[in-house]
Design a protein around this ligand. Sequence first.
Ligand code: GLN
Length: 481
Amino acid sequence: MTNDARLTVAGIRADLAAKKISARELVTEYRSRIDRENPGLNAYLALSPERAFAQADRIDRMVERGAELPPLAGLPLAVKDVIATRGIPTTCGSRILEGYRPPYDATAVERLEQAGAMVLGKTNCDEFAMGSSNENSAYGPVRNPVAPDRVPGGSSGGSAAAVAAGLAVAALGTDTGGSVRQPGAFCGIPALMPTYGRVSRYGLVAFASSLDRIGPMTNTVADAAALLGVIAGHDPHDATSAAVPVHDYTAEIEKRVAGLRIGVPREYFGEGMDAEVRAKVEAGIALLERLGCRRVEVEMPHTDYAIATYYVIATAEASSNLARYDGVRYGVRAPADSLAAMYRKTRGTGFGAEVKRRIMLGTYALSTGYYEAYYLKAQKVRTLIARDFQQAFEKADLLVTPTSPTPAFRLGERTTDPLAMYLADIYTVTGSLAGVPGISVPCGRTAEGLPVGLQIFGPHFREDLVLRLAHAFERAGGSQV
Ligand code: GLN
């Protein structure tokens, strides 16, 4: 079921220009693949054929005119359902937003379309992006295209599965504590979390505003570079988007990696890691050394506190952000006799169990008497974790770690144990708290054929370096180490 043809951004653009294929044919082809495969995978929640065909016709007319094609011309794109798309249902994987159609597009979507991408539809995810397996979606779990009895990872599970199964050539995911990188690792595709502030969050439905980021999930690292180049940059609609200049990532990835110092943090190779994951990541690091990178050992002493810190901060921000779903302005309303009863009933029936758990945890952590002990303390530890990264980047240009302690687990295996599910984020939440960019890139497979991900972290706004190393690794055969 996996995608062997592996179309790429550059390949599609060249084929369109050479008239080997039309954009309309591409949409038709992906539509029929989706019709065939999606009932089994459940990767897409909504399709947007009118919008995709209208865009395809625009591209085909440009080809006819002999106009220069935009960088992502004819790219079949999937968009995670927490990202607003004008007129197309945007549910966040939740009952409470069933049928909601936003009146505007997220900046990232608008920029991708301006660059020629064709939005095929919206992809399944954990409810409000809370989860690591996609099993918290109100619309059912997604299956991993590599191993259908396993989870695709989460929360951007539908985006990862769509790309890995060849039901899109690229997808947007979102990452708050690992939700782009971990499903990328589980489904065997590159997946990039840009620096906090690198990509506008305008139109991204907020989960934890100080952590949320939009990132590309693609077949190749070069494609991730191409998408980032389009979506990165300041946006007047998002005050937290940075005015830092955007690199030419497509050019940067071709630069040499020999001589780069690769930091290997001891704390990421402790107990709890699957033996096969460890072996593959070690083999991946050895491959980087053969490419001329220099391995240096680094210490990141506050790593152990990252899960607790993340789950205090993320739930606190979520409890505040999700207060807006009250049956008045958005989505579903459960009728009742009084306003208070309407709120209770709407939220009681609209939210799933995990979202309720997070709202309660976050409300607790923010309440009088507990605020100092939990939220304020977590903010202080967050600073220490960010400092660990700063110090590590004095000794190393980039850091290399596993993305996840295990490969994709079985559907249902962890649904009754929220703590086990939270612990799966152990290697990803650190970079989320520190605000640095990180990518997961395929790094071999287990004996059973399950993909393993190598995670590369870089300093703030150094996606150019992160992508360069990931590209060299991929080209040297990293997916087969
Ligand atoms: N798995 C983490 C959580 O459940 C991260 C989710 C995310 O990055 N959106 O919060």
